[in-house]
Design a protein around this ligand. Sequence first.
Ligand SMILES: [Zn+2]
Ligand SMILES: [Zn+2]
Length: 314
Amino acid sequence: MLLDRCFNIIAGELDQWLILPVLYHFGWMQWEELSFDWALVCVYGMFAVIMTYAVCWPLEYFFPVEQWPNKKAVAVDMLYTLVSRVGILPIVSFLLFYQVQVWFSGLLVDNGFIPPTLETLIPPLFGHPLVTFLIYALILDFADYWRHRLSHGFRGWYALHALHHAQRQMSFWSDDRNHLLDDLISFLWFGIIGLAIGIPPLQFPLLILLLRFMESLSHANVKLSFGKIGERLLVSPRFHRLHHALRAAGRRSCNYGAVFPYWDMLFGTADFSPVYLPTGDARAPEAMATGSYLAQQWSGLRHLAAALGRPRAS
Ligand SMILES: [Zn+2]
Ligand SMILES: [Zn+2]
């Protein structure tokens, strides 16, 4: 495919001119084999950001829910997006996951097991890569529903997740606005699931990008619903905005689904009310809402310590 070829060419250039020289310079040649994959991860991340911007910016410009005279809080969210999609986070998580997967597969093989994939677990899927991918997407989205719902259920965990909710100027940049510890929990959560069912086939990078695009779009400051039926098929900006509503902030919320609303419908947490409410979390420290990147991270740690130190009754 043309786009894939373009990605590979750009990644090759990035690898040759930036990543490999850095590895040589520091004598980290043991990572040489992976450097092209790192470059590819960065290129995909960059493409996702550009694609999201190209679609969401006009939507927010022409059909905004809210107008903000000062957009300083949005600028911090841009930094979150760049760090977690293009920058260091995907490389670190890719590297860690790769290491653990090699170790885990080796352990299984040593003990006479063949590492599982979805296709070996469900043999009729062989030869139907698109169906396999959709099942992966559903499984991962289901796992994400429960990760997200549990993050609202535990006081300490919500203290971290409150950083995601503290934003009163929610925009398509807000999807990656998370505490680093919360990101770490997500990484472990999906890492374990990835090891159990095999990682989704990487031959569908565009579909993965599409799923991530849906997550960004769902945070956009835009008056947009997908209609009575469409909203029940895919998470719309209106649906996810209800999850971020000021009135729903805290331990009990609704609409936890990231891409598909099915799990909310199935477990009784869906709310399809046709309203666009103000967002934020009134109980979150102000530094979490409007502070710099570092101030928000630090505030998250203090919020966590306070939540863990508080007596149970509150
Ligand atoms: Zn939440
Ligand atoms: Zn969100």
